[in-house]
Unconditional design. Structure first.
Length: 281
């Protein structure tokens, strides 16, 4: 059963307004470094699209929103929306500190009453895979844009194609059996792994859908890897609840699992994603 507008995305709201949101705020600088290639890519795409009023979905702490807003300068505007109030508050602080005229909404993009046809471009960096009713979400976004508006987002491909992103879960599975593999279509990081499903989700409200594989080399310093591995993701947010010595045992197993990615003080991996583009009819 699909959620009603009053019930939509309650689990995601609870997650991202508590420990997960706090973890992302705390590691904002690390995540910005990690995902910088995607920020550059979306900023360039936004510039090339000619759009002047851009909406950034699942903007998190605002890195991409701020980059796009800065690139538009006086010729346009960028608004970020995210379900996490802690992340939106962090984004607003960053915008103020950097004197960038970006706007931020703390709300659910699936149900938010955007001004009809208020935008001519929509972007997202890993922010659209968390809707419990993605068809309704993208229909709502279509109502928020004018005819001909562009839609561009980056989403993860499958778990098997992204072993770096799932290394902690595999390493901790022996001690944390409750971390079972999620339903492939459930809201979460890999919910858009199936390109045919993504096309079907978009086809009800968007035209000229183009889905291309995108493989991006990424790197983390050894210190950043340690923080990322033990403080982020489904395992990282659970580690503080484990009693010693179990927490130490699981942490050691996780770091050993990531050791194979290390070379000359850096962890290198490839992010296997989709670059999805469409147009509002």
């Amino acid at each position: 059963m699909k959620a009603s507008s009053t019930q939509a995305n309650q689990a995601q709201s609870a997650l991202w307004n508590t420990r997960a949101g706090a973890a992302w705020v705390a590691q904002q600088a690390l995540l910005d470094r990690l995902f910088l290639p995607f920020e550059h890519m979306l900023t360039q795409i936004a510039q090339d699209s000619g759009a002047s009023q851009i909406l950034d979905i699942g903007c998190g702490a605002g890195a991409t929103t701020l980059a796009v807003a800065q690139s538009l300068a006086a010729s346009g505007h960028c608004t970020g929306v995210d379900i996490s109030l802690p992340l939106i508050e962090a984004a607003r602080r960053r915008a103020q500190a950097r004197h960038i005229a970006a706007a931020f909404l703390a709300d659910d993009a699936q149900t938010h009453p955007f001004q009809p046809q208020g935008f001519d471009g929509v972007i997202s960096r890993f922010g659209v895979m968390f809707f419990d009713d993605p068809e309704a979400a993208f229909a709502n976004l279509r109502r928020a844009v004018c005819p001909g508006a562009s839609l561009t987002f980056i989403a993860w491909r499958g778990r098997d194609e992204n072993p770096f992103m799932t290394a902690a879960e595999r390493a901790a599975d022996r001690w944390l059996p409750q971390l079972d593999v999620m339903d492939a279509t459930a809201p979460g990081q890999f919910a858009f792994a199936d390109a045919a499903r993504v096309r079907g989700i978009l086809s009800g409200a968007w035209l000229d859908i183009d889905i291309q594989p995108l493989d991006v080399p990424c790197a983390l310093s050894e210190a950043d890897l340690h923080t990322y591995a033990l403080g982020m993701g489904r395992v990282g947010v659970r580690l503080p609840d484990l009693a010693d010595p179990l927490r130490a045992t699981v942490s050691d197993a996780i770091l050993q699992a990531y050791a194979r990615y290390m070379s000359a003080g850096m962890a290198h991996f490839t992010a296997a994603c989709w670059l999805v583009r469409a147009r509002a009819g």
